[in-house]
Design a protein around this ligand. Structure first.
Ligand code: IPM
Ligand code: MG
Length: 358
């Protein structure tokens, strides 16, 4: 089993070091190979996704990814910016299905900005389409406005588009996932305004015919944003396009107390996957040793389950994480009165210890 380790920028290397420690403590045989990505790769090799890093990612059974990005690269041309690394990996590997679970751990109910009764026991799964939509649609660019009230003025434009097969396959992923849990899918669109999302709604409705045991509801994205903070437990599986999924998954993360707790998986049609924390590179706290490594550690658990066929090892990691939370250990992002504040490394060490004790 070969794992590509891509730590990236900001807090990426710190949190990745803890996840690697946890993987090593499992006593399984993995080959792990590390390569630079994002701003770190730009510094080392002049490109955010160097050829060698892409090749390693393509050959690996799974990729564990930290985070990319730093304000200091904002002035670079777009194709050299760190974000292009993750977008490039998604596109080159065809990682179209992004799973972003939002689970509120019992011990962290108080860390959420919402009332405890709204989030206690929360367990929703956001499935975000990851290789289409306005993120990748062509044409895009800058030009002189061809028409309209401001014809001739400088303008910028992107293109929102989805083909039928792209919608169909993500809808199927959502229905299959719902079958294994609450048997309900909420498809989020903007069919009242956008042609692309009327089509999305139509295709999801057609695909649903093969899943009569799963309930399907449709919801406009603005309403979904509201329902997520009003009654989040009404959701089970939420499926949506690339852009809406980007926004709603950040919103959902706050229900759980901290984005520092949330893992994610991005899978292609072969089951190969990239696993990354849902949070970003947080350059403001990089190098301080205070970042929460649990999202990356839990991403490693998802990797063991989905790409490496090691469900028992995944469960061991998840149990160890629950145990350290029960012990009252908290990084700064989830700390509250009466709990013990620890740094990145101490948190990783505690997970390793919990693994070994069990
Ligand atoms: C995410 C991030 C990325 C995205 C950025 C870093 C390109 O926000 O994974 O949610 O927009 O998809
Ligand atoms: Mg995002």
């Amino acid at each position: 089993m070969k794992i590509a380790i891509l730590p990236g920028d900001g807090i990426g290397p710190e949190i990745m070091a803890e996840a690697v420690k946890v993987l090593q403590a499992l006593g399984l045989r993995f080959e792990m190979e590390t390569a630079p990505v994002g701003g770190a790769a730009y510094e080392a090799a002049g490109h955010p996704l160097p050829e060698a890093t892409l090749r390693l990612a393509q050959q690996a059974d799974a990729i564990l990814f930290g985070a990319v990005g730093d304000w200091k690269y904002d002035k670079l041309e777009r194709h050299l910016r760190p974000e292009q690394a993750i977008l490039g990996l998604r596109k080159h590997l065809g990682l179209f299905a992004n799973f972003r679970p939002a689970i509120c751990y019992e011990q962290l109910v108080g860390a959420s900005s919402l009332k405890p009764e709204l989030v206690a026991g929360l367990d929703i799964l956001i499935i975000r389409e990851l290789t289409g939509d306005i993120y990748f649609g062509q044409p895009r660019g800058r030009r002189s406005a061809p028409d309209g009230a401001f014809a001739g003025a400088e303008e910028a434009f992107d293109t929102m588009r989805y083909t039928r097969p792209e919608i169909e396959r993500i809808a199927r992923v959502a229905f299959e996932a719902a079958r294994k849990r609450g048997k309900k899918v909420t498809s989020v669109d903007k069919a009242n305004v956008l042609e692309t999302f009327q089509f999305w709604k139509d295709v999801v409705t057609e695909a649903h015919q093969d899943y009569p045991d799963v309930a399907l509801e449709h919801m406009y994205v603005d309403n979904a944003a509201m329902q997520l903070v009003k009654a989040p437990k009404n959701f089970d599986v939420l499926v949506t396009g690339n852009m809406f999924g980007d926004i709603l998954s950040d919103e959902a993360s706050m229900l759980t107390g901290s984005i520092g707790m949330l893992p994610s998986a991005s899978l292609n049609e072969k089951g190969q996957g990239l696993y990354e924390p849902s949070h970003g590179s947080a350059p403001d706290i990089a190098g301080k040793g205070i970042a929460n490594p649990l999202a990356t550690i839990l991403s490693a658990a998802m990797m063991l389950r989905f790409s490496l066929a090691q469900p028992a090892a995944a469960e061991r990691i998840e149990a160890a994480v629950r145990q350290v939370l029960a012990q009252g250990l908290r990084t700064a992002d989830i700390w509250s009165e009466g709990t013990t504040r620890v740094g990145t490394r101490e948190m990783g060490d505690a997970v390793v210890k919990a693994l070994k004790d069990n």
